[in-house]
Design a protein around this ligand. Structure first.
Ligand code: BGC
Length: 877
């Protein structure tokens, strides 16, 4: 027997080798951007991340298998081996998908050398109710508690609950809350669309008696109405279907009032224990009422729901007046607090929320305007500890005032519950500059706390609207820090839903505040977010879906323009130090829309449209220069920073003028304003990128790290934990939100300039990447990582006076152009993982994955395939 050992060992070694070298199973399987979603599109798209042990690898072919059985006995789609490098947005091409099904899928791929990977782990997705006829129930309401009992003949094998509960709902089965969504469903224009959620409730049900309960809040809908459908497949093949109808019973329940702005009042004495369990005596309850159904169509909520994503422990508690306790949560955030209390029946505990305190430690609620932001809990008083969290409201706050508490509260009496759309964090940025790191933190908190199913302007006062300029200004920052694709896909559909037949869109979406037509800088969210999604995700379908809408918005602006100038403007460059003419701002965004319409037409192969909108862009550009360029002063418009920035950012200024205009801009920043901005939110969005492109990342860096007024750093120096609405430090009843992410555009620049991770607009979705870090001024190191749909992208550098070290990761199937800054080093020697790759001004081939290199005065540039690279650049002598 012994003689067989070597053979066995060889086989074993081969197996190990096979596993450790070559293509590895694809991972991060996504359907419509999500891990295990419920979809209602006929042809969902699949994406996966390629894994490989070698550098410079790509996919040459793939095979996707989709089945209704986890063992793939019968396929609804088997793509077979398809020669293709596509690993994102692969369109389902199997048998028509059926309603209310679970589909399993897996994928494998072949690498550049024709070697196949193992299959991925199995992933799944569910289909929603694909046709209106699949809905059997009716919208019911009448009160905020609804219940129904039913019997299952045998063990449930598969059960799904579909629910559209307006304004907000909580679904309960047999005494338990189903799922972990809160403030669900997402906010839509209910006349156009209502989102429903789907839950796997198999394990919540039992053979025999069951009960389902629904709690309703008003939310943005302003009324209570629920449509629910429960489909249960039982052992033995029976299907039981429960739907909302007039046989349901209702009662008012303990929630006395609920309002997003004002808060919730909850009387625990009115609780009806076990109302959501079978056997509860609901004789005193009333039959539910059929209520008018919202006019909108029902769509599956294919985006991350709002959840309680974190719990915060208060930093401190003070007692500024007898019986008044003020908690500092240490962070401005969106959500509510959980209260722990024991005390007499009927005692009323009041929780008020605010962003600010007065000097005497009392709560300052002036800037909440009319939002009361007050939750009231009335105790059951049965001797046990009572735990309360509101359900159908949320607040934007850092401080909480607790009054009416029986006895003396402890620090632990309150816990902060952080509540927002549960978009997955995918990015990180850090650097040697502590202020920038604090800003990154403030920006991320600011953005996250304004993702409440739509991107909002603020989280505290009586507003919290989907203001469209705010939305597009922080969209790129959001996309670099969070997986925003499904969220923005939904938001774009919301925009499409409010679009008028005349092409108009509105200042806010859904439309509550502001005007129709939107200010052009606000309406620009439509073309811009479509474009950003395409750029960041390589999503062509989003352009196909919205091309007509974007074009109609451009055409509307054209209908309002005269001789290429669009003069109407509601807000101009908003909250600036120095205003900019509204017609200049509007004409810039009109140009931007026309320009993007042309780009989108080109991509879709609509050549006539592409030519027409290119022509339109050229006309607007000419008109812009004619009207706004003032040669005697070398400025655009009134010479405000934003006037120059807008003219330069999209290259509206022709060559002869751009140098002069840039000179005026940098002069104004440096000498006119002692290295400060005077822009509002619009100029601030583009200035950092503009300066970086113009080789002035040093100046951009000085602006980013400025700490005197007006600057981002000034906010931090004055205790901000998010971003403010204004450059000014203001309090009082005026407009001065302390959590307003619209100045958060800066965050994208951390990734693109400081860490150096950039997209290639021609090969979007990180198929091709440009790594070009900017070691500006005193910055010693910076690093960013990004989990893209194609895999991880990393850029991390550090330097000493005579060396520069850069580590880069490029996803399998992607390519990168890597720029290494030479600084003062000349001549330079570049090694990669210890091997010399650049010497004597020439590329030294050898390092796997690196294809070519060239040098300019400032940098050495490499072309790299997938993999991780470690470059060291030092003086050659
Ligand atoms: C909002 C802003 C918004 C602006 C438009 C404000 O009330 O908070 O963020 O963009 O109105 O004028």
């Amino acid at each position: 027997m012994l003689f067989r050992w070597p053979a066995l060992a060889a086989t074993f070694a081969c197996l190990v080798l096979a596993q450790t070298s070559g293509p590895l199973a694809p991972s991060a399987l996504r359907v419509e951007y999500l891990a295990e979603p419920v979809v209602d599109v006929p042809q969902p798209r699949f994406s996966w991340v390629l894994n490989h042990t070698q550098r410079g690898q790509t996919q040459s072919a793939f095979q996707v298998a989709v089945s209704t059985q986890p063992d793939f006995r019968t396929a609804v789609w088997d793509s077979g081996k398809l020669a293709s490098s596509q690993s994102t947005h692969v369109v389902y091409a199997g048998k028509p998908l059926e309603s209310a099904q679970t589909y399993y899928w897996k994928v494998r791929y072949w690498d550049r050398d024709g070697k196949d990977s193992p299959y991925s782990a199995i992933a799944s997705f569910d289909t929603g109710l694909l046709s209106p006829a699949d809905w059997k129930g009716k919208f019911i309401g009448g009160a905020n508690q609804l219940r129904k009992e039913f019997t299952l003949p045998s063990r449930p094998l598969r059960a799904r609950a579909y629910i559209a509960g307006l304004g907000y709902y909580e679904l309960r089965i047999n005494g338990r809350k189903i799922g972990d969504h809160v403030l669900d469903p997402g906010w839509t224009t209910y006349d156009k669309r209502v989102l429903y959620a789907a839950y796997d409730v198999t394990h919540a049900l039992q053979p025999g008696a069951n009960a389902v309960g629904v709690l309703l809040g008003q939310g943005w809908y302003g009324a209570r109405a629920a449509l629910l459908q429960l489909v249960v497949d039982c052992e033995g093949g029976q299907r039981v279907r429960i739907a909302t109808d007039s046989t349901w019973r209702t009662a008012p329940g303990p929630i006395l009032s609920d309002s997003i702005y004002n808060g919730e009042t909850y009387d625990a004495r009115l609780e009806t224990p076990a109302w959501d369990r079978p056997g509860f005596d609901d004789a005193a309850w009333k039959p539910s009422l059929l209520v008018d159904a919202p006019k909108g169509i029902l769509s599956a909520q294919t985006m991350p729901p709002i959840r309680v994503v974190d719990t915060l422990v208060p930093l401190k508690m003070t007692c500024p007046r007898p019986g008044v306790y003020v908690y500092d949560m240490g962070q401005n955030f969106s959500g509510w607090v959980e209260l722990r209390v024991r005390g007499p029946r009927g005692a009323q505990v009041k929780l008020r929320h605010a962003e600010l305190l007065y000097d005497d430690g009392m709560l300052n609620v002036e800037n909440l305007r009319t939002a009361k932001a007050t939750d009231i809990y009335i105790l059951r008083g049965d001797g046990a500890e009572e735990l309360y969290q509101p359900r159908f409201t949320y607040h934007g706050f850092r401080y909480v005032e607790l009054t009416g508490f029986p006895g003396v509260p402890k620090l632990d009496t309150l816990r902060g519950k952080v509540v927002h759309s549960d978009v997955r964090p995918i990015g990180g940025f850090a650097s040697s500059n502590a202020l920038l790191n604090q800003l990154q933190r403030n920006i991320v908190w600011g953005v996250a706390s304004n993702l409440e199913s739509v991107p909002t302007d603020c989280n505290q006062r009586n507003e919290r609207m989907g203001w469209m300029a705010d939305a597009h200004l922080y969209a790129e920052t959001a996309m670099l820090n969070f997986d925003m694709a499904a969220f923005y896909t939904n938001f774009l559909r919301n925009i499409h839903d409010i679009q008028g037949s005349d092409g108009t869109v509105t200042d806010t979406v859904p439309h509550r505040y502001g005007s129709r037509p939107a200010d052009p800088a606000w309406g620009a969210a439509y073309p811009l977010i479509v474009w950003y999604l395409y750029q960041y995700q390589g999503d062509r379908r989003i352009i196909e879906q919205h091309y007509d809408g974007v074009k109609a918005w451009t055409d509307y602006q054209r209908s309002r323009s005269q001789d290429g100038i669009l003069s109407y403007s509601h807000y101009g460059d908003w909250v600036p130090i120095e205003p900019t003419p509204g017609d200049l701002v509007s004409t810039f965004y009109y140009y931007y829309s026309a320009h993007l319409t042309a780009r989108m037409a080109e991509l879709l192969g609509k050549t006539a449209d592409a030519a027409a909108y290119r022509q339109l862009s050229a006309e607007i550009r000419e008109a812009f220069n004619k009207k706004f360029w003032r040669p005697e002063f070398w400025v655009y418009g009134n010479g405000s920073q934003t006037s120059q920035i807008l003219a330069l950012y999209l290259g509206l200024a022709p060559d002869g003028k751009s140098g002069a205009a840039m000179g005026r801009l940098t002069n104004d920043i440096v000498y006119g304003r002692n290295t400060h901005l005077s822009t509002g939110i619009l100029g601030a969005k583009y200035v950092m990128e503009l300066l970086t492109r113009a080789d002035r990342s040093d100046l951009a860096y000085e602006l980013a790290t400025q700490t005197t007024y007006p600057s981002w750093g000034y906010m931090v120096e004055h205790g901000a934990t998010t971003l403010w609405e204004l450059w000014q430090e203001k309090t009082g009843p005026s407009m001065n939100s302390h959590n307003h992410p619209m100045f958060g555009s800066l965050g994208a620049w951390f990734y693109s300039a400081l860490a150096g991770i950039n997209l290639d607009p021609e090969r979007p979705g990180y198929e091709r990447i440009r790594i070009q870090p900017q070691p500006a001024r005193d910055l010693q190191w910076a690093a960013a990582s990004l989990e893209t749909l194609r895999g991880a992208v990393v850029s991390s550098w550090r330097r000493t006076p005579d060396s520069f070290h850069l580590e880069v990761t490029v996803p399998v199937g992607s390519q990168a152009q890597i720029h290494l800054p030479k600084g003062n080093l000349d001549p330079v020697l570049v090694t990669e993982s210890g091997e010399v790759v650049w010497r004597d001004n020439a590329f030294q081939p050898g390092a796997p994955g690196l294809a070519a290199a060239w040098q300019s005065d400032a940098e050495v540039v490499f072309e790299a395939g997938s993999g991780t690279y470690q470059f060291d650049l030092s003086a050659a002598h």
